[in-house]
Design a protein around this ligand. Structure first.
Ligand code: CMC
Length: 428
């Protein structure tokens, strides 16, 4: 199959690529060289930046699969560590592979002692995402030598394990620092999620009870965050990584991209929005009206998505989880009522119906993080912890595809055609 573009009475033939599930892409890789033309697509709404075998999304139908496996099956049956392996290495690990992967994670659980001094000197007012991006970038200071030139399976395996393991330590230690408690180190006898909870919530005077419901909830949250194909932060990791900078710095850039309120930062904003609805006595109806008002920058946080034109399958799983777990524990969270009212109003409102705006992953995740005891300003850190294997998988996939090209979009210049330098005393 191919496509034809007619420009200036000339016919240009373009290849058509077909994905596994019959998605169609017009291949314009030769367009500039053959014709001098570029395409214009702000926000890359119609641009496929790569071919990828990691994650499949059908936004119209609300489908999400990692390496072909439906997210619902992984959320029900798998563990975050298994899913991390699946994303990075392309298959579910057998027993030996899973044991070797876990061992590498355990070996990398500590932070370099000098990193602790660094962490100790970050002002306590720093947002946990600023702290996280700093600490992750500093891995290339404290663990140098793993640069792209040295890239091979062994160095990559260590880099990947280092990031997945240390982000957990950084997150837990930064929380301990924020509440003025001593750091709790990882234990060899605990699995990834259990270890994180223990590092966060136990202290020298209080041991933390590892509750199976809480462990499974966090496992599911991390699984659901683990990858989402070419979103803003993953595209950032690929773009930065395409310059052949090391993995740590590429991931640091992804963390910064994730922080924004239109992306992963939305989970913090959802809870803050619901709190402000509750506190200011703004009714859910007024909240909906405000989000529709184009003169008002307010948006219904946790709603809408670039790819989903249907209910985000992750939000569906999390909503049910939140309802069941709160009911089982007899916890009444007034914010959940507000959220469900907002959802009901939005889903029956023409504005939201016409634009196909549904709850996304961030709308309900906060209730579960609250139940676990994670403070609101750390929600996006949790998202980053979950997304880590996805970022690593994309960096690896890009470096394994030979040759890959540095990411470098074009632009349409609309500034002054030509201007002269004017000395300062002659300027208006
Ligand atoms: N509240 C009110 N109106 C909205 C919302 C919303 N949450 N989201 C989109 N719209 C409107 C938007 O104003 C536009 O209207 P119009 O066609 O009249 O100009 C239309 O829907 C299409 O929206 P868009 O901004 O062009 O869509 P986009 O694909 O560029 O943006 C988005 C996607 C997620 C940034 C956006 O929906 C949004 O800002 N949502 C709120 C923030 C949020 O929840 N982000 C988390 C995203 S999911 C997790 C993640 O990626 O990390």
């Amino acid at each position: 199959m191919n496509a034809e573009l007619i420009y200036d009475n000339k016919k240009i033939n373009l290849n058509v690529l077909t994905g596994t599930n019959n998605e169609i892409a017009i291949d314009i890789t030769g367009l500039r060289n053959d014709t001098g033309l570029i395409t214009y697509d702000p926000g890359y709404q119609n641009t496929g930046s790569c071919q990828s075998a990691i994650t499949f999304i059908d936004g119209e139908k609300g489908i999400l699969r990692y390496r072909g496996i439906p997210i619902e099956q992984l959320a029900e049956k798998s563990s975050f560590i298994e899913v991390s392996y699946l994303l990075i290495y392309g298959k579910l690990p057998n027993r030996a592979e899973r044991a070797a992967f876990s061992e590498r994670l355990s070996l990398n659980a500590l932070l370099h002692e000098d990193m602790l001094h660094y962490l100790g000197n970050i002002p306590p007012t720093a947002h946990p995402m600023a702290l996280l991006s700093n600490m992750v970038n500093s891995l290339s200071v404290y663990y140098p030598g793993f640069y792209v030139e040295d890239y091979n399976n062994e160095t990559f395996n260590m880099m990947a394990a280092r990031l997945i393991s240390k982000i957990r330590t950084i997150a837990a230690f930064s929380y301990k620092k924020s509440i003025g408690e001593p750091f709790v180190y990882a234990r060899e006898d605990l699995l990834y999620v259990q270890n994180f909870l223990n590092m966060m919530f136990s202290s020298p005077v209080k041991s933390y009870h590892l509750d199976p419901d809480i462990i499974r909830t966090l496992e599911v949250l991390l699984i659901l965050h683990a990858d989402h194909e070419q979103n803003c932060s993953t595209s950032t990791v690929r773009l930065v990584g395409s310059s052949k900078v090391n993995l740590y710095s590429s991931i640091c850039a992804g963390i910064c991209a994730l922080w924004g309120p239109l992306h992963g930062g939305a989970n913090q904003q959802v809870i803050e929005m619901l709190e402000s609805v509750r506190n200011s006595k703004l009714s859910p109806k007024e909240c909906i009206e405000r989000s529709k008002d184009k003169k008002n920058p307010f948006r219904l946080m946790g709603f809408g998505h670039r790819v989903y034109r249907n209910y985000d399958p992750r939000a569906k799983i999390l909503k049910e989880y939140a309802k069941k777990l709160l009911a089982k524990r007899k916890v009444v969270d007034p914010l959940l009522d507000i959220a469900m009212q907002l959802e009901e109003l939005a889903l029956s409102d023409d504005y939201f119906i016409e634009r196909k705006l549904y709850p996304n992953v961030d709308f309900y995740s906060g209730f579960l993080y609250r139940l676990i005891g994670i403070p609101t300003n750390m929600f996006t850190v949790m998202f980053a912890m979950g997304r880590m294997p996805g970022w690593i998988a994309h960096w690896k996939e890009m470096h394994d595809s030979v040759p890959f090209k540095i990411g470098r979009p074009r632009q349409l210049y609309i500034g002054e055609p030509l201007a002269d330098y004017v000395p300062v005393d002659k300027r208006k």
